[in-house]
Design a protein around this ligand. Sequence first.
Ligand code: G6P
Length: 609
Amino acid sequence: MCGIVAAAARREVSEILLEGLRRLEYRGYDSAGMALLDNEGNLLLHKQLGKVSELERVQALQPHYGCTGIAHTRWATHGEPSAANAHPHISGDRLALVHNGIIENHATLRDELKAAGYDFASSTDTEVIVHLLHYYLQQGLDLLEALRQAVARLEGAYAIAAVDADHPDQVVAARQGSPLVIGVGIGENFLASDQMALRQVTDRFIYLEEGDMALISPSSLQVFDQQGEAVSREQTRIDEVVESVDLGGYDHYMLKEIYEQPRALAATFSAGAGLLSDDACFGDNAADIFDRVRNVQIVACGTSYHAGMVGRYWLEELAGIPCEVEVASEFRYRKRVQHEGTLLLTISQSGETADTLAALRNAAPGEFVGSMVIANVDNSSLVRESDLVFLTRAGAEIGVASTKAFTTQLVALLMLTIALGRRGGMEPETQRELVNALQRLPDYVQETLELDTNIEALSEAFIPKHHALFLGRGIQYPIAMEGALKLKEISYIHAEAYPAGELKHGPLALVDDDMPVIAVAPGDELLEKLKSNLEEVRSRGGELFVFADRAAGFESEPRVRVLNMPHCPEAMKPVIYTVALQLLSYHVAVQKGTDVDKPRNLAKSVTVE
Ligand code: G6P
């Protein structure tokens, strides 16, 4: 999704801005642009449809140099992907501005500005901000005050950075609802929507808070709160080594990340050493909050929502704790009634998903006994704003379709189940068994990865198909949903997941030889029921792909292809079946020739509603 990078330095910054954009590329975008102020105070602009490499190409052909600049990757919301709609947007040849977020009242503002004589060069919501800023500068206000007046007119979410040719060493910024961080340098300062973009130039960051505005120059940085008071925000040093984000010999990040799972799962579990006796891995106040938890409300989006659905089975079955799960975009707008003693648990790889963040922020005072997030990105908004934090140790996930983040979220959820279960009378023996299973999980996943060639062979049958049906029962139902989501995200095959028992209440009507049916069928207590569902499919000419425990007694036969999965403890099955389905989608997508790591229209981090 959209990304911002900005710099105010004494050295030339075009390469810093481009490198920042390259680091944000994985989030998904459709166009990119950069504006620089040169030594003579000229505003120089490049904007391109397509990849950052396109922007680099025009920069090489017609180099623009400057010590102050802003840059952006755009993911279209208002107006189609095009060079005209790419940011930065300009006003009056002196001002350039980049924006993440959505301005809800842009139509009214546009009419007003047109009446005041402004011409619009794009169909974006963003362009109203730059003209508003221009309008207030014309009234004689200084740059910061003009920005304050401009953002006071905005309804919606924004992170903004702007430069003005009349203030050639300054960048001004504002945030409300979209993240923005200052990168603190020596004799230079930076801004970005994500610290990742600036790790090449600094390890010191100041996270702006809601309603903050900032002004940076090479020698100074100032932050002002919503009331316009100068404030001092805490500076954070991020010491961890920047992970290598190269492909490491794999063809795609997604495949690399699928194969990184044994290590990511082990690292995530090792963060909870001592889990059987204390809650330290969830944060300082964890024991106090957990003691008061009677229910859990999970809120998340996309793949993280599926993790939450798996978590509900564990929390209810293993810990005896009532649990609700809801997608954040619904939860945030619904009038709700909470049970007493409810923990609000958000799950998010990025920690920045707009709807999930809004769900946390909209919680009424006293509605929950506390909030907790399971996130993969330290210092993200959800991490900074939640009472308790469990950080998954998946490492940077670049592929838009989430893989290792999901399975590490499952580990975190099972660890939380143990921590809460300890209080609700979960047998010590059960706790130990779960911990032992988690310890061995990387081995079960490794065994599953070794089935890659067999899974690749199965995937060929999907190439000519346009639809697929995934079935699962019990805790494997959300795994079927996640399998269907992966397939549609990266191979563009329409895929649906159903609880196997619902088959005859509708989807059976769709089953024919163009509709492969994938069944997630570990040898659990529901196996016999699932077997009869599968017969219903087969007797209607459907082609079956059964992912089954090798002990379950399924055998391949005409129109039934069976993948024998490793035998492992019950609680580990959701993880290993997920890995197998990830590989299936991956191979289908590769053979279909889609953009596996950056599927069309999707973004890694959805920071707008
Ligand atoms: C986007 C991504 C998904 C992700 C979802 C939620 O849709 O493409 O992979 O599951 O956002 O993101 P989060 O960072 O909150 O887990």
